[in-house]
Each structure stands twice: as C-alpha cells, then as structure tokens.
Design a binder for this molecule. Sequence first.
Ligand code: ADP
Length: 703
Amino acid sequence: MPPPCSACGPTCLPCSTGCSDAPLPAVEPVTAPRQPNQLRRWLLWAALVAVVCALVGTAMVLARRFQENRVQAQLDEETTALVSDIRAGLYRNIQTLQSLPNPLAQPDVWDSTAADMLLQRREMVSLAWHNLAFAPKIERVSPYMVGSGHIRSAADRLPDIALACTSARRLSGAVYAPSHFRHFGDGQGMELMEMCLPSLYQGNLVGYLVVTYALPGMLTELTDRMAVRGRGVSLTELDGTRLAISSSRPGGQTFVTEQVLELPGHAMKLRLDSPRDRLDISQWGATALVAGMSALLLVLMIMLGRDMRRRQRAEWALAEALAFRKAMEDSLVTGLRARDLAGRITYVNPAFCQMVGLRAADLLGSGPPAPYWPPDLADEYQRRQAIRLAGQLLPKEGFESVFRRPDGTCFPVLIIEAPLIDADGTQTGWMSAILDLTEQHRIEAVSRASQDRLQATARLASVGEMASLLSHELNQPLSAISSYATGAMNLLTHAHDTDQATQLADVAGAMTHIRAQADRAARVIRSVGDFVRRKQQPGELAREQVSAPQLFQAILPLLTLQASREHIHIELDTPPDCPDTLCDRTMVEQVLLNLARNGMQAMADGHPAATSGLRTLTLSAHLQTTPEGKKQVAFAVTDHGAGLPDEVVANLFTPFFTTKAEGMGLGLSLCRTVIEQHGGTLTHTPAQPFGTTFRFTLPAAHP
Ligand code: ADP
C-alpha cells in the first residue's frame, strides 16, 4: 500500500520511488506524408488540358458557325432587299408605262416618250405596242441595243407574249412571259423577258404594251450597286439554271443565298455569291472573344497549376513540419500538457500519459481537479492553481509538485508553465512542461549521502591530525599535574618537619593547581570531543541562527592548538553591527576550520611570513548588502603565507588535489559545496603584502 501523497513532499524519496505497473498508452508511430503518384498527377493534368483544349476548340467552331450563320442571315436580308429593289424598279417602270399616251392617238408623242424611257431605263431592251390580236404595231428599240438586229419581237415569242397579254387582260395588270435566250449572232446573246401591260384608251382596252427586259440589265440597273460590289449576283431558273449574271462569281469559298423573285406570270431566283473572306472584323468578334477567353483560360490554368504546385509544396512542408513536431513531441521524455483558461486539459503528449499512467482520452477535457492530483492535496492544488493563474505568477524556474498514478504511487514533478498565445495574440490557455523528478531526487539523495560520508572522512582526518596536537597540548597540564602531585606527596611525606597549618596550606595550593591543570586538560579534550561529536542527520542542512563570534569561538580552541605551535597570532574581527547568520552551524564551523588551518599551514616555517614576522591569521565577518538589497554576512579568512601559485589556483577546488605530503585534497572542494548549499560562493584573492584571503557569504538571519 503506497503512502498518502500528503505525507510526501517533492523531495520525498521513498514515495517517489514508487513505480506504476499500469499499462502505458501506446505511442502511435509517426509517418512522414507520402507524395502522391507523380504519373497520376501528370495524367490528370494532361486530361484537364485535353478537355479544356477540346472545349476551347468546340467553342471556337461554334463561334465560327454562329458568325457564319449571322453572315448568312445578313446576306439573306441583303438578297431580299435586292429582290425588293428589282421588284420596286419593275413596278416603277409599270407606273411610267401606264403614263404613256395612246400610240394610236398620239403616235409621235408615244414614240418620243418611249425613246426617252428606253434611254433612261437601260434594263429595257425594247418597247412595243401590240394590237388586240397581239400583233406588234409600233416598236422602239433601246438606243443601247443598236446594232443588235434581232432584237425586235421575234415571231416565235408571239405565242408566249399572247399568253402573257391574255393573262394581263384578265388580271388588269402587268404579266411577265417566261424568259428566253435570244442569239444576236456571232455567238452573242442575252436572256430576255417580256412583260405585257394592257393599254387602255378612254377606258377601253385598245392593245398591249410589251416591254422586253434584258435580265442582265435588270441586275445591273435595278439593284444597289454598292450592295453587289465584289459579289456575284445572278438570276436563275427555279431549278438553278443560270439565266443572267451581273458580276463574276467570286472564286474560293463563298456564302450563297437565293431568293425567289416572284413576278406575275413568271418566277425566278436571285442568287448572291459572297466570298467568305468578306467576313469583316466585327463579324469575327465572337470568335475573337472566344479565342481571347480561351487564351485567358489557358493562362489562368497555368497560373492555377503553378499556384497549386506552390500550395502542394507548402502543404507537404507543413505536413512534414507537423510530422516532425509530432515525432518530437512523441519522443520527448518531458511531459507536455495544455490547459484552457478554465483549467481543463486540451492536449497531452505521450510522455505525460506515460508519466501519470493514464490514457490521453481519460485526460482530455478533464479537470480541475485533474485525475492525477492526489485526492488529499486536490483542494490545496486547486487553490494554488487559481492564485497562480489569476495573478500570472509563473516562476521561470518552475515549481515542484506531486502527482499520483492510478495505482496510488506518488512522484515528484517539476512544472514549468507559460501562457498559450494563439496567432491573434490572444491567450487561450496555459502550456506546461512537466519533468518527472523521481530519478533526479534519487541521484541527489545518493550524492548527498556520499557527500556526508566524505565530510565525515574529512572530519576524521582533522581529528587524526589534531590528536598529535592534543598530545602536545595535554603534555603541559599533565606534567604540571604530575609536578604538583609530586610536590604534594613530598609535603605529606615530610609532614613532621613543618608546621601542620603551613603543610595543609601548601597541599591545598598544590591540589588547586592540580584541579586547574586537570580542568584545562578536560577543556582541551572537550573542545575536540564537541567538534567530533557534533554530528548531523545525513542529507539535512540543519539551519539555525548563529552569530559570527559564536562560530569563531567554537573553533578557536582547536585553532589555538596549532597556532601556539606555529607561533601564529589569531585575530578575530567582527563589528558590532554584524548580524547573525542562518546556517548549518557544524558545516560552517568545518569550513572556517579548514580555511584557517590551510592559512596557518601556508604560514609554516619556510614561507615568507616565517621570516617577515607577520604571523597573523585574521578571521573577520561583516554585514554586506547585495545589489538586490539582500543582507548577507561576508566572512574572510586572511593569512600571510606563500599565496596561491597559478597551477594551484587552476586545481584549487578539484577533489583530491593537494600539495601537502599528508593532505587529502578534499578540504576546499567540501568548503565550496557547503557554501553553495547555503546559496553563497567561495572566492579567494591575494592578501597584502602577501598571502591569501578566502571569502564566502552566508544569508543574514532576519531579526
Ligand atoms: P589539503 O589541505 O588537504 O591539501 P585543500 O583542498 O584544503 O586540501 O587544499 C588544496 C591545496 O590548496 C592545498 O594543498 C594547498 O596547496 C592549497 N591551499 C589551500 N589553502 C591555501 C592557502 N591559504 N595558502 C596557500 N595555499 C593554499
């Protein structure tokens, strides 16, 4: 059954040696992030580029088609406009023809008017007046056709003309006869078409006006020249047979549009051939837009790809850093624990779980009180934690505490706590590093034990050394006692020679001297006995309040033994304002004794002091205040011996270093350990005019 933790302090060895057998939490192996398959990534990119290229290609084809459709639609509109132009021209001609005078009544006027009309209307080849039997009576030929002898109405056309005129009479309007090709000889000819218009006189039908149109003339004269420039305009039969053409068909790829030219009695098609390269820049707009956007898309894709690569690299680096951090945290022997502002645990590393013998799942979200707090100390811990965290009093060197494992074993820990600050600079909790001090405390205990053993050995060595001094010192009182005893015996032997009263007085005097000398011998022995007997508990610094003179007086009898033999004068210097010190009295006495004895040995014969006559050993103590305002008592032991050569200084505090034949070389190293245990330092400086001063400080006791 382990002891209760309240009975165990951070320095408690038996409790801290308790070891948990609880199963330790498994540490997850940390694996570095694997890079994705390079080939797969490239294939994905290639597929993406292919899809984007296909999309861009399709978009461009569609855009091109869209543009072509737009051009086609525009051409259709233009062709419709051309057909309307021709129709409007023909209609204007009909109106002009209707205004012609009757050729029977005014043949001359008709003739001149017809001549004018033919001059102005180049599409008209001839203008004739037929009687009601459809026979041509008057005919005028266009001045532009002079020389074409066969232009006049041909007999073979009369049936068609008669048919058209019959229809015209029935419809009371203009009717067109089917077109026909007329040879002019020499391989020349032209597609012509007659139009018949009933001729009225005083409201009665008197004949027919027959106009012969040249189809090429119709194309050139009745259409907008600007609209047909650079394009092929032609009139065809409904089956596509070419009848007339106004300008040559453009070579290469063309847009073709056809519109039916529906005339009363006859129908044809107007065909417009437009070269594809006539698509102007505005018509390329959609394609250019798609191409531009595609290029932009490609650029964006490349940039996105680069950005993704950069991000991927950053992600890998981050993942690696995380894996490294996790590996580091998992392999740490220091326990790590994070808590939120309410004191609940938010993170623990495997070392912490191992330390307290609990799983991370049991710890996360728990506390306060934490599951590893000893139940008997939980209240105190909670109070301590509240004060510490509220006041932000976080000692940099950390603080010691005791934790408890589920099996009840307690162990000492050192907790170093720091605020947990997030990226915005806000405190989100506390981060603690926890060190298990079990092993450290064990080592400290072992080292303290060996230190104690060493000190005991050194003390015994001093005692051995003093034994020879003792024999010398005790010699005097013992020989005095022997002399006085012999004298007293003589007095008693020759008692009858002298008067009784005088005898008794002499014996009493001798006895008094004997008692005094015996007391002196007893004192000498007691002083050594006191020193040897004053033992302390191993591992403890028994601090008590003691004054500097008390310390000096305690070792003085021992010092005088050696000092009288070496003819050294011991001086004590302690000003009255020197405060008491708080120290382990026995240890500090040992330090002072070591330093004083070293000093006296340094002033032994053969050293400068031996001839100079300056054979003084000074022990002094005075008040000293540190820059932080702490009060201390500064001790100094000054001799006027040979001083410290450089090679001795280099090894002064090395254990077992000595220049003396009978020395152990432990004195100064023990002195330094004792002084450091008291929180002070041991230093040395040359003394004036020669010799050495050893100095050390001890904390002053509070009044
Ligand atoms: P020990 O006295 O057994 O030699 P110490 O550790 O006390 O061991 O001293 C180590 C060495 O330091 C001594 O042997 C001596 O040479 C030198 N030493 C110590 N104190 C003095 C001193 N006051 N003056 C000169 N030398 C000294």
